[in-house]
Design a protein around this ligand. Structure first.
Ligand code: ZN
Length: 283
């Protein structure tokens, strides 16, 4: 009896200590500045050469799931000139699939046509494939026609940003949060395992989001930074997940850009470069 209790106690202690000792690794900040301390932006040529260089460095095999947000009966945000967010998301997903795929990186889409998917179905799809990364693609909408810019979200318990929470609520309305998949007879061990997985996955998600936003800064694309929110699609326990808002479909100028294949290809290149950076960091 005592032995059993001690065994359980020490096992729990090890799990707790392990979860506490995980330090969030520092994110890369390889910015270059000119003499007047201005950030040197990437030219298309520089982006292309960085892209190729990092792509060639990938040694292991990876699976990336791209999730075009909304679909079917759910159009998402609607643009000033009537563009549906769901269509932009799908076009972008197909472009980034073509850009990112290689013999090392397999890219799967949660939907390849105009269909409705539950939010949990999207996460389950990635978890079943044991994906190394899940990226949900969206285009923002606002009552304020002037609102603009690229944003990236990862999950945090401290999702305190009011605007971020409102956005999370809007994206979450079409589904409920599913159950957890960890099965263990001991609830204490189970709880600790969940905490460890969650912390690890959250840290990885945050790391990727920071790499993406740091790279976005090297292009002349307006960005609203890396923020935290409680989107359902970011709640995978095992697959690092980020949500990208490509820009505001409700902003006339950005709606036009989001319909421009060249612009979408440029964003897909910078996100793909960030994914290569991340994979090269963790390998
Ligand atoms: Zn959306």
């Amino acid at each position: 009896m005592i032995y059993k209790f001690l065994k359980k106690f020490f096992l729990s202690l090890v799990l707790i200590l392990f979860s506490c000792s995980y330090n969030e690794m520092s994110t890369i900040k390889n910015f270059k500045f000119d003499k007047s301390n201005e950030l040197i932006l990437y030219t298309e040529k520089k982006l292309e050469s960085e892209f190729r260089k990092e792509k060639e460095k990938i040694k292991k095999n990876y699976i990336v799931v791209i999730d075009p947000g909304h679909g079917g009966k759910d159009p998402g945000a609607i643009g000033v000139n009537g563009t549906f967010e769901k269509d932009i998301n799908l076009s972008f997903a197909k472009i980034i699939k073509a850009v990112l795929s290689s013999n090392k990186i397999k890219v799967k889409l949660t939907r390849t046509d105009d269909r409705y998917l539950f939010l949990r179905e999207r996460i389950n799809f990635a978890e079943k494939l044991k994906a190394d990364l899940f990226i949900s693609i969206h285009a923002d909408g606002s009552q304020n026609r002037k609102a603009s810019g690229f944003s990236i979200f990862s999950l945090s318990n401290k999702a305190s940003d009011k605007e971020a929470n409102q956005l999370a609520q809007r994206e979450n309305k079409s589904d409920f949060i599913g159950g957890l998949k960890i099965r263990h007879s001991d609830p204490l061990i189970k709880d600790n395992l969940i905490k460890i997985f969650q912390r690890q996955t959250m840290n990885e998600s945050s790391k990727i989001a920071n790499i993406v936003i740091n790279n976005i800064k090297k292009l002349s694309i307006k960005n609203r930074g890396h923020r935290n929110a409680g989107f359902v699609v970011l709640k995978s326990l095992t697959t690092p997940s980020i949500l990208v808002e490509l820009g505001f479909i409700t902003n006339k100028k950005e709606e036009k850009l989001l319909n421009n294949k060249r612009y979408l290809t440029k964003i897909s290149k910078i996100i793909s470069l960030s994914i290569f950076n991340y994979f090269n960091q963790i390998s």
